[in-house]
Design a protein around this ligand. Structure first.
Ligand code: NAD
Ligand code: MN
Length: 361
C-alpha cells in the first residue's frame, strides 16, 4: 500500500433498488481514481434502507446520524422499495439526513455530455449547460401538515408549505454566489407568486434584496409553468436557476430528460457551512422496473462522485473523473440502455475505470 497524505472518510448509503447497484459502481470508480491520486478514501458502508426497515421497523438506527456526522461526505443511492410506502422510505432515510444535516442547497447540474443526443432537435452541447439550485430544507417539503377525520367523509389532508426569511435568504445567497462563479453570471429566479400570494411573494422580495449584493449577476424572474416551456424551447437562454423545493424537484427531472436520461443526472445536497457532511447522489430513484438486473446506468452516480470530489477540495480529481465519463460517452461504444446502448452497469463502470487509467494523472 502506498502512503496517502489525505484520507477522506466517506459514508456509503446505497439504500434500495438500483441504489445498491450504482453506489457499488461508484465506489469501484473512486477506487480506480484513488490509485492515481495522492489522497485516498476510507469508506464505511451502511446497510440502511427498506431491508433494514423490514427487520427493525426503522429505515436507519436511532443513532444513525451520529454514526455519520463525523464523515467528510456521504455517497447515497436511493430510498424506495415496492414493499414499503414511499413516504416512509423517503422521510425515514433521505430526508432524515438532508433536513437534520441542514443540507439546504441542493445543486443539480445538467449538461449534454459528448456523444449523447438529447430529445431536443437542434440543441447543441453548448446550448444546454445549467445548474439548478433547489431549496432543500423547507418549502413544500417542510413536512408540516396532518390528516384529520381519517377515513371519514369529512377527512382533511394538509401539506403546509413553510418558507422562512432566513431559509430563503440563505439559498438565494448560495445561488447568486454559484451564478457569479460561472462565466455567464446569469440567474433565473423561479417563482409562482401570481397564484401563491404569501410565501412566494416573500420569496421574490428576498431574491431582489439579496440581488443587490450581486450587481454583476444578471437575473430574470420566471413563473414555474412558463419555465418548463423555456427549458424546452430556449435552453440556451438559461444558466443558473434557483427554485423552491417542489418546483426544482420537478424542473430537474425535466432537465435530466432533456440531457438524455434520468440515469445521468447528479446532485449534491450541500451544507455550505460544513457543520455537517454533505450528501451526493444520483437524482433518480430505485427504478423498480430494472432493479436487480444489473443494467442501471451508473453515470449519475459517477457524476455525483465528481461533485463530491469538488466539495472535498479535490477539484482536479473531480474534473479528471468528469473527463473520463465524457470520454466514454463521447466514444459511444459502451453506453447503457437508457442512453441507447446495450452495456450493463459493470461494462460502463469498467469503461470509465479504463478511461481514468488511460487518461493518466
Ligand atoms: P425512478 O427514478 O426510480 O425511475 C423512473 C424511470 O427512470 C424508470 O423507468 C427507471 O427504470 C428509469 N431510471 C431511473 N434511473 C435509472 C438509471 N440509473 N438507469 C436506467 N434507468 C433509470 O423514479 P420512480 O419510478 O418515480 O420511483 C421509484 C422509487 O424510487 C419510489 O419508491 C420513489 O419514492 C423512489 N425515489 C427515491 C429517490 C431518492 O431516494 N433520491 C428519488 C426518486 C424516487
Ligand atoms: Mn425528485
Amino acid at each position: 500500500m502506498d502512503r496517502k497524505n489525505r484520507i477522506y472518510k466517506i459514508a456509503s448509503i446505497p439504500g434500495d433498488g438500483i441504489g445498491t447497484e450504482v453506489v457499488e459502481a461508484g465506489l469501484t470508480v473512486l477506487a480506480a481514481l484513488e490509485r492515481q491520486e495522492p489522497f485516498g478514501f476510507e469508506v464505511t458502508r451502511f446497510d440502511w434502507g427498506s431491508e433494514y426497515y423490514l427487520r427493525h421497523g426503522v429505515m436507519m438506527p436511532e443513532d444513525g446520524r451520529d454514526q455519520i456526522r463525523g464523515m467528510d461526505a456521504i455517497l447515497f443511492g436511493s430510498a424506495g422499495d415496492p414493499r414499503v410506502p414511499d413516504h416512509i422510505t423517503l422521510w425515514g432515510l433521505r430526508l432524515a439526513i438532508c433536513q437534520r444535516f441542514d443540507q439546504y442547497a441542493n445543486v443539480r447540474p445538467s449538461r449534454l455530455l459528448p456523444g449523447i443526443r438529447g430529445p431536443l432537435r437542434d440543441c447543441a452541447p453548448e446550448d444546454l449547460d445549467w445548474v439548478i439550485v433547489r431549496e432543500n430544507s423547507e418549502g413544500e417539503y417542510a413536512g408540516v401538515g396532518g390528516r384529520v377525520h381519517t377515513g371519514l367523509p369529512l377527512e382533511v389532508g394538509l401539506d403546509v408549505s413553510v418558507m422562512t426569511r432566513a431559509g430563503v435568504e440563505r439559498v438565494m445567497r448560495f445561488a447568486y454566489e454559484l451564478a457569479r462563479s460561472r462565466p455567464r453570471k446569469l440567474l433565473t429566479i423561479v417563482t409562482k407568486s401570481n397564484a401563491q400570494r404569501h410565501a412566494m411573494v416573500m420569496w421574490d422580495e428576498i431574491a431582489a434584496e439579496v440581488g443587490r449584493d450581486f450587481p454583476d449577476v444578471a437575473t430574470d424572474k420566471m413563473l414555474v409553468d412558463a419555465m418548463t416551456q423555456r427549458m424546452v424551447l430556449k435552453p440556451q437562454s438559461i444558466d443558473t436557476v434557483v427554485a423552491s423545493n417542489l418546483h426544482a424537484d420537478i424542473l430537474s427531472d425535466l432537465a435530466a430528460a432533456l440531457t438524455g436520461s434520468l440515469g445521468i443526472a447528479a446532485t449534491g445536497n450541500i451544507n455550505p457551512e460544513r457543520t455537517y457532511p454533505s450528501m451526493f447522489e444520483p437524482i433518480h430513484g430505485s427504478a423498480f422496473d430494472i432493479m436487480g438486473k444489473g443494467i442501471a446506468n451508473p453515470i449519475g452516480t459517477f457524476w455525483s462522485a465528481a461533485m463530491m470530489l469538488d466539495h472535498l477540495g479535490e477539484a482536479d480529481a473531480g474534473r479528471r473523473l468528469m473527463r473520463a465519463i465524457e470520454r466514454v460517452t463521447g466514444a459511444g461504444d459502451v453506453l447503457p440502455r437508457d442512453l441507447g446502448g446495450n452495456a450493463d452497469t459493470r461494462a460502463v463502470t469498467e469503461a470509465v475505470c479504463q478511461a481514468l487509467e488511460d487518461g493518466g494523472a
